[in-house]
Design a binder for this molecule. Structure first.
Ligand SMILES: CC(C)(COP(=O)(O)OP(=O)(O)OC[C@H]1O[C@@H](n2cnc3c(N)ncnc32)[C@H](O)[C@@H]1OP(=O)(O)O)[C@@H](O)C(=O)NCCC(=O)NCCS
Length: 145
């Protein structure tokens, strides 16, 4: 398995396609809905296995010290095997190195336990996406050694 930033056009296509397939297609959302206004200023990380993308995640800054992680996705069939943890760890390291003291995220209800395992705490209930997916705003304070 290789963990890296997408660089080529093909890698970015695979990256956005995975996001769309797991986070948007099941709710009949169109292509393009898997992107937001922060793409160009974000850190993008992807995991590759046998030349195929199996996971990805994005991180960006809301302020010099507050970062946000979004679009954490692991391909079906590879979930629950530590791939998400590896991607999250790389994103957290990069964001911390660049000044993050706090990382926030909006977790889908099904992913709350995953983030709790990684020491994120629920702050409040968030929005409901596509009328059905509950979100929880979560936060992790970074302790630097
Ligand atoms: C959420 C997600 C990114 C986690 O990645 P993953 O590779 O499956 O998670 P890991 O294998 O690294 O899991 C790490 C720990 O969290 C736990 N965990 C992961 N997903 C979980 C879930 N849905 N419910 C309960 N525990 C979960 C694992 O059991 C594991 O615990 P362990 O170390 O005690 O075994 C992935 O499952 C996924 O893509 N889900 C669908 C898309 C999604 O909802 N993304 C989140 C958007 S906010």
């Amino acid at each position: 398995m290789i963990i890296k930033e997408p660089n080529t056009k093909v890698e970015f296509e695979q990256y956005y396609d995975l996001r769309w397939r797991i986070l948007r297609q099941p709710w009949n959302q169109p292509h393009g809905s898997e992107k937001d206004e922060k793409e160009n200023e974000s850190i993008h990380i992807m995991m590759i296995h046998n030349d195929s993308i199996i996971g990805c995640g994005q991180g960006h800054f809301n302020s010099p010290t507050e970062a946000q992680i979004r679009y954490m996705v692991v391909e079906e069939g590879f979930q629950g095997k530590g791939v998400g943890t590896k991607i999250l760890n790389v994103l957290e390291r990069r964001l911390t190195k660049n000044g993050a003291k706090t990382i926030i995220l909006n977790a889908r209800e099904n992913a709350v336990k995953f983030y709790q395992k990684h020491n994120y705490k629920i702050i409040e209930k968030g929005n409901i996406l596509f009328d059905v997916i509950e979100h929880f705003k979560m936060r992790k304070k970074i302790c630097r050694k």
